[in-house]
Design a protein around this ligand. Structure first.
Ligand SMILES: C[S@@+](CC[C@H](N)C(=O)[O-])C[C@H]1O[C@@H](n2cnc3c(N)ncnc32)[C@H](O)[C@@H]1O
Length: 362
C-alpha cells in the first residue's frame, strides 16, 4: 500500500490532511487519510499506488500551505533489529534506484527530537552502505530523487522518496535559523524565514537589497523592522507601541504612531509592505490587496491569523478574497501562503503583482 507522508506542525494534522485530500482530488487522485493528533505526520493512503509519483510531480510543494515536507512511501513501517539496522534498511530498499541524497528524519515532536542523536549516528554507516551498493550516488545533487528515512523509534522506520526539484531542501522541511541577539523580538525569525522561503536567493540582489523603502505595519517592538534594517532598507514603522532604541539609532527607521489601517504612504516609492498586525485575517487580506492594487508597494509579506477550527478552509477563503480583488482589476499576480516553521497560529503570505502600472484608485 503506497502513501504520501506529509510533515506539518504538530496539532495541524487535520488541516494538512484536508488540504492534500482536496488538492489530490483536483488531480483525480483519491485516497484516505490516517491522522494521529499532535504527531506532526499525515498519511494519505492512495487508492491507486501508481498515482503517487504523479502527485509528487503535479502538485508543487510550494502550493501546499500546511505541509513542510513530503515523500512517497517505498515501504510500510519496518521493524528494525537491534543490531544490523543498516543491513535491514539497505535490504528493504533493494537495488532498484539511485538517490542523490539521504534525509534522516523524525516527527517534529519531543519523542522525535529525542531520536536526533540516534539518527546522526546511524547516518554515517548507512550512507556508506548505500553508496557501496550504489543506492545513493557518491556526490549529492539535489535535483535527483531524495531518499527519506522517517524514524518513529530506534526500531521503526518508513522509507520513501521525494523529487529533489519538488521537496524542501531542509531536513523535515525545517530551516534552522539563529536568533540574532540584537533583534528586539523573537518574531524576527518569522520574517527571516519568510524571505528565505518565498524569495529565491538569486533575486535577493534586486528584491531584498539596501536602499529599498519598506513599511512595517504593526511593527512594535521591531523584530520585523530589524530584518529590513539589516538588509539596508529605509523603514517606516507603524505602531502605537514603542520601537527598540537600537533600531531608531540606525537612522534607517521612521516611527509613526498611527492606525495601520489608515496609513497611506505619501510617495509611491515603497517596495516592501510587511504586516504582522494581530487583526481579523479578512481585514488584513483586503488591506494588502488594496496597497498592491493602488501601487503603494511592489511586494507584500504578511501574516493571516488562523481560527481554532477549519483552518485550511478559512485560509482558502481569505486567499480567495485577495484573488477576487485582483481578478476584478484583471491583474496578473503571484500569491503563495505557507504555514512556516516559525509561525504558530498564523500563516505567512507573499503577494506581488506581475502586471505593471497603471495602478488603481481604491
Ligand atoms: C505581533 S505584534 C508585532 C511584532 C513585530 N512584528 C515584531 O517583530 O516585533 C503586533 C503589533 O501590531 C500592533 N497593531 C495592532 N493593530 C494595529 C493597528 N490597527 N495599527 C497599528 N498597529 C497595530 C500592536 O500594537 C502590536 O505591537
Amino acid at each position: 500500500m503506497a502513501a504520501i507522508v506529509l510533515y506539518c506542525r504538530p496539532g495541524f494534522e487535520k488541516d494538512c490532511g484536508a488540504e492534500i485530500q482536496e488538492k489530490a482530488a483536483w488531480n483525480q487522485v483519491y485516497g484516505y487519510l490516517q491522522l494521529s493528533k499532535n504527531s506532526g505526520i499525515v498519511f494519505f493512503h492512495l487508492n491507486n499506488p501508481d498515482e503517487g509519483e504523479v502527485l509528487l510531480a503535479k502538485i508543487p510543494l510550494k502550493r501546499l500551505i500546511f505541509a513542510r515536507q513530503w515523500f512517497l512511501t517505498l515501504t510500510d513501517k519496518i521493524e528494525l533489529p537491534e543490531y544490523n539496522r543498516v543491513e535491514a534498511i539497505t535490504e528493504a530498499l533493494g537495488q532498484e534506484w539511485q538517490y542523490s541524497d539521504l534525509r534522516m528524519e523524525t516527527p517534529d515532536t519531543n519523542d522525535g527530537k529525542s531520536l536526533s542523536k540516534f539518527c546522526r549516528k546511524l547516518a554515517v554507516p548507512l550512507r556508506q552502505a548505500l553508496r557501496q551498493k550504489k543506492i545513493l550516488s557518491a556526490k549529492g545533487d539535489n535535483d535527483g530523487a531524495i531518499l527519506h528515512a522517517l524514524f518513529f523509534s530506534g526500531s521503526e522506520v518508513i522509507l520513501g522518496y521525494s523529487l529533489g526539484t519538488n521537496s524542501s531542501e531542509h531536513v523535515m522541511g525545517i530551516p534552522r535559523l539563529k536568533f540574532p541577539s540584537q533583534a528586539p523580538s523573537r518574531s524576527t525569525l518569522k520574517l527571516d524565514e519568510a524571505f528565505l522561503y518565498f524569495i529565491p536567493r538569486d533575486e535577493w540582489d534586486t528584491r531584498l537589497t539596501s536602499g529599498l523603502h519598506a513599511v512595517d505595519l504593526g511593527a512594535s517592538p521591531g523584530g520585523w523592522t530589524y530584518q529590513l534594517v539589516r538588509r539596508g532598507m529605509m523603514v517606516t514603522s507603524i505602531d502605537n507601541g514603542p520601537m527598540a532604541e537600537s533600531l531608531m539609532d540606525t537612522g534607517q527607521v521612521k516611527h509613526k504612531m498611527v492606525d495601520g489601517f489608515k496609513y497611506v504612504p505619501a510617495k509611491k516609492n515603497v517596495y516592501w509592505l510587511v504586516c504582522d498586525m494581530i487583526e481579523k485575517p479578512q481585514r488584513v487580506a483586503k488591506l494588502m490587496a488594496t496597497w498592491l492594487l493602488r501601487g503603494d508597494c511592489k511586494e507584500a509579506m504578511f501574516n493571516l491569523k488562523l481560527p481554532m477550527k477549519g483552518r485550511y478552509q478559512q485560509v482558502q477563503e481569505d486567499l480567495q478574497m485577495i484573488k477576487d480583488m485582483f481578478a476584478e482589476y484583471d491583474v496578473k499576480y503571484e500569491l503563495y501562503a505557507k504555514h512556516l516553521y516559525y509561525d504558530r497560529e498564523e500563516v505567512t503570505v507573499h503577494a506581488r503583482l506581475l502586471t505593471p502600472a497603471p495602478y488603481f484608485e481604491l
